[in-house]
Design a protein around this ligand. Structure first.
Ligand SMILES: *Cc1c(COP(=O)(O)O)cnc(C)c1O
Length: 391
């Protein structure tokens, strides 16, 4: 659905930002609404998605995974995209908007570095100045991606406030934007943040589900029974689910990071342990204490390790249209190694959460179901983490 005039999906979303950003958000919304109607914009977007990023991505029948869990499982191969994840769908879309708005400088936040790399990539392609905010702790943990961003010509800004992770990087990026709003576009990386970002990022990711619908009909002649995707901010999941929302028979399942277990408090499962609050400009489910202090989160997968979730997910959670569950670090790492050994695919640890859900719940899903799992990214970035984890 589209948000109302205030940017709300029911009671979630909105624009909880400083007054100085209201104009920039309106400018972005206006530009976006105009661009999506223009044939030239659509053509340009399609051109870069196919020629530069590698769309359409395959919908691959995973034979050995299917045999293991007694269902027919297809993997939507977003891991095969340029830069190795679905994030490029959004950064291509937003850089084209930034160019139309005449912005000369791009900023972005990044946690694991994947969104930073995808942003630095499109900035290099168009020759636009790029600065990436990243927490000191994440810079330490994700050194390879930091170097990648630098190779691509971006300036990586070390954020030393708070817990020195994604949430603090996002605070700093918003602060920068307030100061430099005329020259600068902020490329937000998921379906969170103030309106219109949740709508825009979702729309740029919808291509995943649009392709999946066409591909599954061609291969199986029918709708799938289940769509499964991991949920960090929630962009790859909404991207896959969106075109199927009206198909009531298709069950949609979002998988959050269960970390060390919900009962330990060391997780990032907003729909298990969260309450409604405001974080980074929008109202949604948030992991917070009773005074509204944002909780520390934990996940083996950096891309899912965030206290907030996109507001439209909260809307569909309360409506019951999308179901949410969590799998633990252990379960995700097992699914990671299973996919490596049995399909020859090294998945991102984020995506491994979605695979783990299907393996864990194989009996509960019914009999011989048709399942599509979104493989949101490849796991080259995670091999060191997994190596440390299993040794
Ligand atoms: C960033 C990332 C995610 C989490 O972000 P969403 O907005 O929830 O999609 C998931 N998978 C991969 C591979 C990522 O890089």
């Amino acid at each position: 659905m589209n948000p109302d005039k205030k940017g709300m999906f029911g009671k979630f979303g909105g624009k909880f930002v400083p007054e100085t950003l209201m104009n920039a958000l309106s400018e972005l919304e206006k530009c976006y609404k105009k661009c999506v109607k223009e044939k030239s914009f659509k053509n340009e977007l399609t051109y870069y998605l196919s020629e530069y990023a590698g769309r359409p991505t395959p919908l691959y029948y995973a034979k050995r995974l299917s045999e293991k869990i007694n269902h027919r499982v297809y993997l939507k191969r977003e891991d095969l995209l340029h830069t190795g994840a679905h994030k490029i769908n959004n950064t291509i879309g937003q850089i084209l908007l930034a160019r139309r708005m005449g912005k000369r400088r791009i900023i972005a936040e990044t946690g694991a570095g994947q969104h930073g790399v995808a942003t630095a990539t499109v900035c290099a392609m168009f020759g636009i100045k790029c600065e990436i905010y990243m927490g000191e702790e994440d810079i330490r943990r994700q050194n390879l991606n930091v170097f990648r961003m630098k190779l691509l010509g971006a300036n990586v800004i070390n954020v030393t406030s708070g817990s020195r992770t994604l949430k603090d990087a996002m605070n700093e990026a918003i602060r920068d934007w307030v100061t430099n709003v005329r020259s600068t576009h902020y490329i937000l990386g998921s379906v969170g943040g103030p309106h219109p970002y949740p709508m825009i990022v979702r729309d740029f990711q919808k291509i995943i589900g649009l392709e999946t619908r066409r591909q599954i009909f061609k291969k199986e002649g029918r709708l799938p029974d289940y769509l499964i995707a991991c949920v960090g901010g929630g962009s790859n999941a909404l991207g896959l689910f969106y075109d199927f929302l009206r198909d009531k028979k298709v069950k949609l399942i979002g998988v959050e990071a269960g970390g060390l277990g919900i009962e330990t408090g060391k997780h990032a499962a907003r729909f298990k342990g969260g309450t409604v609050g405001v974080l980074h400009g929008s109202k949604s489910y948030v992991l917070q204490d009773k005074d509204g202090q944002i909780s520390a989160t934990h996940s083996v997968s950096a891309g899912l390790d965030y206290a907030g979730v996109g507001p439209e997910h909260s809307y569909f959670f309360e409506k019951g249209r999308i179901r949410y569950d969590a799998v633990s670090d252990d379960e995700a790492v097992s699914a990671f190694t299973f996919l490596c050994e049995n399909e020859g695919i090294i998945p991102a640890l984020e995506s491994a959460h979605a695979v783990a859900y299907a393996i864990k719940n194989r009996r509960k899903l019914g009999r011989n179901r048709l399942i599509v799992i979104n493989l949101s990214g490849r796991g080259d970035k995670d091999v060191q983490v997994v190596s440390d984890y299993i040794s």
